[in-house]
Design a protein around this ligand. Structure first.
Ligand code: ZN
Length: 241
């Protein structure tokens, strides 16, 4: 099934320039879940919803993830107008679906917005996490003969997951839970998964220990932590060989 059958044009009002515009959004309940990766990335059949996660105002260039789109202070708004809108001159074609390259451009605008907004670490981390996952999906979507491009995308994925991890560590130390809408245990499970992906085995063991000792953690969460522990053992055994 083509993406265009699973998305629709949703109306938004830009909190910066007040323009009304439409943004492609995945229809609710239409993306079918297929599997979950160990760092909690959810994979869907026939669509990658991450491609549609950035709302971008085509008039002024302001861009953000939906959960942060409306959250702009007077000070941030002024900065965005001065540093983004006044020099924004990109033209976006009216499309009925996005490919990965379209999505990457949208994420880049969201990063620019985040920098100018001086966003919290959690917001930056969430953006880096989604960007890393987007590169993973992009690599998976290619024919396996395209080894050079796949290698490049795998590297970009790890770069962004590493950035996400660093922002999230900072958020965990300095921000109140829930962070990015995740409760403490889910957030720690995400961090443990990222550490495994990044082969930071000591840090992974630390988070896994925190989850296993948490009396509020459900059995399935602890089982997941034990699975991660096995992966850490494997990584360590490999590096000893
Ligand atoms: Zn705007």
């Amino acid at each position: 099934m083509a993406d265009s059958e699973l998305v629709f044009k949703k109306s938004y009002k830009c909190p910066i320039c007040d323009s009304s515009f439409k943004n492609l959004t995945v229809k609710q309940g239409r993306a079918r879940m297929e599997s979950t990766d160990f760092d909690l990335k959810i994979n869907y059949r026939s669509i990658e919803p991450l491609k549609y996660d950035i709302i971008l105002c085509p008039v002024c260039g302001y861009a953000a993830l939906e959960r942060y789109f409306e959250r702009v202070s007077v000070f941030q708004r002024k900065n965005i107008i001065d540093k983004i809108c006044q020099s924004f001159n990109s033209v976006f074609e009216d499309k009925d679906e996005f490919d990965f390259e379209d999505a990457i451009i949208r994420y880049k605008f969201a990063f620019l917005t985040c920098q100018v907004k001086m966003s919290k670490s959690s917001e930056l981390g969430f953006l880096c996490l989604k960007m890393g996952w987007l590169y993973r999906s992009y690599a998976k979507s290619l024919d396996e003969n395209e080894t050079k491009k796949i290698k490049e995308l795998n590297k970009l994925e790890l770069d962004f997951l590493d950035k996400a991890y660093n922002y999230f560590e900072d958020a965990r130390a300095n921000e109140q839970s829930p962070i990015c809408g995740m409760d403490e245990i889910t957030f720690d499970t995400l961090l443990a998964g990222l550490c495994v992906k990044l082969k930071k085995t000591d840090e992974a063991r630390n988070y896994i220990g925190i989850i296993l000792q948490n009396r509020d953690a459900l059995k399935r969460v602890k089982d997941k932590a034990r699975d991660l522990k096995e992966l850490v053992d494997e990584i360590e055994n490999e590096s000893e060989e």
